[in-house]
Design a protein around this ligand. Sequence first.
Ligand code: ZN
Ligand code: ZN
Length: 380
Amino acid sequence: MVSTAGQVILCRAAVAWEAGKPLVIEEVEVAPPQAMEVRVKILFTSLCHTDLYFWEAKGQNPLFPRIFGHEAGGIVESIGEGVTDLRPGDHVLPVFTGECKECRHCKSEESNMCDLLRINTDRGVMLHDGKSRFSIKGQPIYHFVGTSTFSEFTVLHVGCLAKINPAAPLDKVCLLSCGISTGLGAMLNVAKPKKGSTVAVFGLGAVGLAAAEGARIAGASRIIGVDRSSKRFEEAKKFGLTEFVNSTEHEKPVQEVIAEMTDGGVDCSVDCSGSVDAMISAFECVHDGWGVAVLVGLPSKDDAFKTNPVNFLNEKTLKGTFFGNYKPRSDLPSVVEKYMNKELELEKFITHEVPFAEINKAFEYMLEGDGLRCIIHMDA
Ligand SMILES: [Zn+2]
Ligand SMILES: [Zn+2]
């Protein structure tokens, strides 16, 4: 293979020209990586709600034309100056929030909220020079969350790439670059159920089912799913769910329903719904004395969390998490290993697959609430 290092690459990318309009497959120029940057050949990507949210651009500053995409797997094509821990040929997962390894957050054992590379949805350019690496006939096309994986080649900061086991199938482990790790980590790293625990998961989308998968891996004895729709319940059994509560079918608040089912409350709960009412229920349904609730789902801009402070005095704990508390470069390789040693199951999250040319179908499935994850094959 002839090396393309140092040259502009012409390749296909799915460009969002306007908010809410179907993406258009275009030939784009991808500039070589600059200092501390890496150019990656994307092999598989999938669609996550965050892409959809910023593509619809309701209530945020619209930034178009833009290349979306942040859940993906690929192979390093070339590296920029100063990059020492990645080489061409390495298998990587891009991550929308990075790890510089040098700031206070990266040095803290507790935090994954890197000062330099924390998610920034308003920035459409590279940090190094404030410019985009994508263009069409000279017109710059904006990046998205530092990843822009809806392109056959993309350029990222080295701190936004996790180097993983090259034997791991990228068409499966690409899911670990965002949603699945978020739910899994919320359960395993933050809620931390013990073997035999009773757990509740609010919101049974891909992230919530990944939280349930975490509870299954941890050996929870009861996993109660809560959602406003019953359609996911059958599917959710594959993720370890043992019981289901449809919150619209009860007169009393869900926290009371769960307290009755569990002799006073669950040991831990995770909210992945983003509904503030569900967040409050998720907190209030944990057992006094030891219960822990973890918030994952993104609230609406003007939401306020309201609960009687006596819940805290009764020794219920409320926590929040971002990307499942995983440090992307340090921790994702070991999550990939959980899949490789068959502890973590990823296949059941994949409900659709489409060729890159039909990427708009993935948007349609998500808009219709059809399925969990759609894998987009870049070579097709
Ligand atoms: Zn950092
Ligand atoms: Zn995502």
